[in-house]
Design a protein around this ligand. Structure first.
Ligand code: MN
Length: 258
């Protein structure tokens, strides 16, 4: 066996390495991204019982379920956005599985987001972070810690006012920097989508989706427990369902961390 894999198993067994669950529970109560009413919205998660050790199946329990691809903690593939529609390997079933494993760079803007729900991560903040922790490597997940997942009331989590949702995200120039100059795997966030709540008013609308997916990069939305990760040194495993032609999927995201 590879020494590295042997050591990985040993350190998982003796607790030197921990597995952190970055995934929110998936249920009919899972909060959904609200799009303006002229657009189709993602359906809520639906689950129904097929049998429960009863006459419908005496020795087994199982359910059926129905979900949107972008419901709950989920993966965004490049084909999700018009800017990525013609890229190779752009749907979840065709992404090379090598890309489902990568190092995490965790950028903490929770203090800013607590003061300003519309706070946007600036390129300057990226550079400040890099001065302290080193350059964001190619193939990294950039995880935006906002502590937004600690908002347990769905109303506070979505934070919708008359003029749409108010949640933190990335400035357009930051998405461009990460996609084009850092060659990241993608951006992961604690909010319901990888763009800021007000990003439907930006030009182009939803610039993080536009720039990331147009550059073949991915997204992770509705993450949690980012406060349990170090700024660098954790590895993220995020493998979406192999939906043929799929634009994304709910998934279990885990991080292995010292
Ligand atoms: Mn999505």
């Amino acid at each position: 066996m590879s020494q590295v894999l042997q050591q990985l198993l040993e350190e998982l067994a003796n607790g030197k390495l921990r597995v952190i669950d970055l995934t929110q529970p998936l249920s009919p109560q899972t909060p959904l991204l609200p799009l303006p009413p002229q657009f189709n919205n993602t359906p809520a998660f639906k689950i129904w019982e097929l049998s429960h050790y009863d006459e419908r199946g005496p020795a087994w329990y199982w359910n059926g379920f129905e979900t949107g691809e972008h419901t709950g903690t989920h993966f965004d593939a490049p084909i999700h956005w018009v800017s990525g529609k013609d890229l190779p390997d752009n749907s979840v079933d065709r992404i090379p599985p090598r890309k489902f494993v990568g190092p995490a760079c965790v950028i903490d803007i929770s203090a800013d987001a607590a003061v300003d729900a519309n706070y946007l991560l600036t390129p300057d903040r990226i550079r400040q972070w890099e001065e302290k922790h080193g350059r964001i490597p190619a193939g990294a997940w950039v995880l935006l810690r906002t502590d937004w997942s600690k908002r347990k009331d769905p109303k506070e989590y979505i934070n919708a006012k008359e003029n749409g949702p108010h949640t933190p995200g990335l400035a357009q120039a930051t998405s461009a920097l990460l996609a084009k100059e850092r060659d990241v795997l993608g951006v992961g966030v604690e909010t319901v989508g990888t763009d800021a709540g007000q990003a439907f008013t930006f030009d182009p609308p939803f610039p993080n989706h536009y720039l990331m997916h147009g550059s073949g990069k991915f997204g992770l939305a509705s993450l949690c427990n980012l406060d349990q990760l170090p700024p660098t040194g954790a590895v993220v495993i995020a493998a979406p369902l192999k939906i043929v032609g799929g634009s994304g999927s709910p998934l279990r995201v885990i991080a292995i961390t010292p």
